[in-house]
Design a protein around this ligand. Sequence first.
Ligand code: BDR
Ligand code: CA
Length: 314
Amino acid sequence: STPFFLDCDTGIDDAMAIGWLVASPGVDLVGVSTVSGNLDAAGGARNTLDLLALLGRPDVPVSVGAHDFLDHPYSGGAPHVHGPNGIGGVDLPRAAAGPTGRSGAEAIVAAARAHPGDLHLLAIGPFTNLALALDLEPRLPELLGPVTVMGGAAAAPGNVSALAEANVANDPLAAHRVFTAGFDLTMVGLDVTMRHVFEESHRTALLAAGTPGTVAVARMLEFYFAFYAERFGRPCAVLHDPLAAAVATGDVTPALAPRVPVVVDHTDGPGRGQTIADLRDLYQGFPHSHPGGTRVLLEVPGDFAGDLLARLST
Ligand code: BDR
Ligand code: CA
């Protein structure tokens, strides 16, 4: 099995990504770190511990990562999207275990050193912990295996500003450091996540599957669906973090994913938080292979929502 480490801000779609990882054969989830984003890092760790216990994995160590971002403080999360407690107001049974005494960055570095060259890292919150881990261990890009991130928008609009996606927008400086550090990096951004949608029929089927995990996630989704209903005109939700999880586990194969340089605007102008992906070659018909660049997903075919329902229901 493949060792995986998850960095997250749990969060309703983060909860679905955790469900995907736990249900995936061949995935050995060796640790989780949390970061402020959808809610504060400590609350995200509480949600993660409770959910992991519900899913039968109370043994996975969870570390509370960065509360504040690299160059500015955390200022309140997204309760209008993910609910006051980050998981749609659902009260999960309290897990017996508490978080480790390690910081998120320390946990990432320790896991990378324990599995040199092998550890898959999936980051589905702001990238503060990963940037801090680079400070602690500058050899992290060589120590880690593939790194998959949910974040950014290469050729699509943003979701918190015209150009910026939330995970990148929360800590643009951290994102810039991560995108330019030399990781074997895959970006699962809004270009693809906005196109995979969980419908009310999927949610009902999840509820009917009747396990503690499927019922809890289906209840969380009621809140998430209400947020998207205002945008899409029907109750549904786009699948940001679980799609990134499925890319990381190799279960989803993109139809278009050029490897190109990506930098992040971390100035204070209107482009703050934009992922600037150099797609010129792609659009001008030249070969677009930049070894060392980021693999930027632009098209993911197939019925991912159906695959997700099936995986979570097993
Ligand atoms: C990302 O922001 C968070 O709200 C979600 O959990 C996801 O990771 C989408 O922009
Ligand atoms: Ca997230």
